[in-house]
Design a binder for this molecule. Structure first.
Ligand code: 2P0
Length: 322
């Protein structure tokens, strides 16, 4: 039995668009912070006598696309290991039920680490990041603790995440809507690339943002990091909104929270907003300011919907197979 834990990550420079759908090679590189909240714990156990994988999500058998994605991922691990054994996968998310924060990044990062161990593959961090990427692109960054840069690369060998040094950052997550998203990020990413007239401009801007972000990291410039983060997120959402049929993830409350970040800055607090493929907004600040930022936001959103987070560990085994 192999048990692994992984945490979600939030990108400061976003991944939005694939150059290769099958291998999940992104159009551009990205940069993120792996958090210390909402871990996913995944147990993988091989079963030599079963003729199908058995997959449980929070104790409930997985079906449809979710189950198919896990089995396809396990097929990849089996091919690497030269094994035909089926597996039992038991994965648990600590996200409060229905908080809309369950993450395919922590899910596939934990599965990559647990499955690699269960099938006897000795993979280093780079190889684990490449493997996790095949499950869900953003999962390659959750292999890495703290801040990570995902090099877009040009093929399977060159597309992976690794640590990047920078200032200690923290985040405050504002839960705007607990519901499931209307359009999956996988589908929305594809639709943006195929139909948005702003997709090319987004990819050029994201590549330039990544270069500028690396410079801000090297300089330890929290305000510079925050400005790039907020602008990069809005550019991504602009490209998404240009899709046809249109997709809009930001709700009125989400937009109001971007205004709240500006208000905090007007009061001297360095906080910047970002948002992924949904209405929740995440505030980025210096790690030392997390509690002050959370408290300053209680005028904008209920206290129970604010979650303070810091840098968390990379995906790791907590129990290795015998
Ligand atoms: C990111 N997101 O960089 C961006 C920003 C959401 C918004 O990575 O198709 O679930 O499995 O590779 O990794 C979400 O995309 O997509 C994502 P697939 P994934 O965090």
């Amino acid at each position: 039995m192999s048990t692994a834990v992984a945490h979600p990550n939030i990108a400061l420079v976003k991944y939005w668009g694939k150059r290769d759908d099958a291998l999940i090679i992104p159009a551009t590189g990205s940069l993120s912070l792996t958090l210390d909240v909402f871990p996913t714990t995944t147990v993988v156990d091989l079963d030599g006598s079963a003729d199908a994988d058995e997959i449980l999500f929070d104790g409930v058998p997985a079906t449809g696309t979710a189950a198919a994605r896990i089995t396809a991922f396990l097929d990849l691990v089996r091919a690497l290991a030269g094994s035909s054994h089926r597996a039992r996968v038991d994965t648990r998310n600590s996200v409060p039920t229905g908080a809309g924060l369950a993450s395919s990044a922590s899910g596939f990062a934990a599965l990559a680490v647990a499955a690699a161990d269960a099938y006897g593959l000795a993979l280093d961090e780079r190889a684990l990041s490449r493997l996790a990427r095949r499950g869900s692109g953003s999962a390659c960054r959750s292999i890495i603790g703290g801040t990570a840069i995902w090099h877009a690369g040009t093929d399977d060998a060159t597309s992976f995440a690794e640590p990047i040094a920078g200032p200690d950052l923290g985040m405050v997550i504002a839960v705007v809507d607990a519901g499931a998203k209307a359009v999956s990020s996988r589908e929305a990413m594809r639709r943006t690339r195929e139909t948005s007239p702003y997709a090319d401009a987004w990819e050029r801007a994201a590549a330039a943002d990544l270069v500028a972000m690396q410079a801000a990291f090297a300089a330890g410039d929290v305000a510079g990091i925050g400005e790039l983060t907020e602008s990069n997120a809005l550019r991504m959402h602009a490209a998404i909104m240009g899709s046809r049929p249109p997709i809009r993830y930001l709700a009125p409350t989400s937009v109001a929270l971007f205004d709240a970040a500006a208000r905090l800055r007007a009061h001297g607090l360095e906080a910047y907003a970002t948002a992924d493929a949904g209405p929740n907004v995440v505030f980025v600040c210096a790690a030392a300011d997390v509690d002050i930022v959370r408290d300053a936001l209680t005028a904008d959103i209920a206290t129970g919907r604010l979650i303070a987070a810091h840098a968390g560990p990379g995906a790791h085994l907590v129990e290795a197979s015998a």
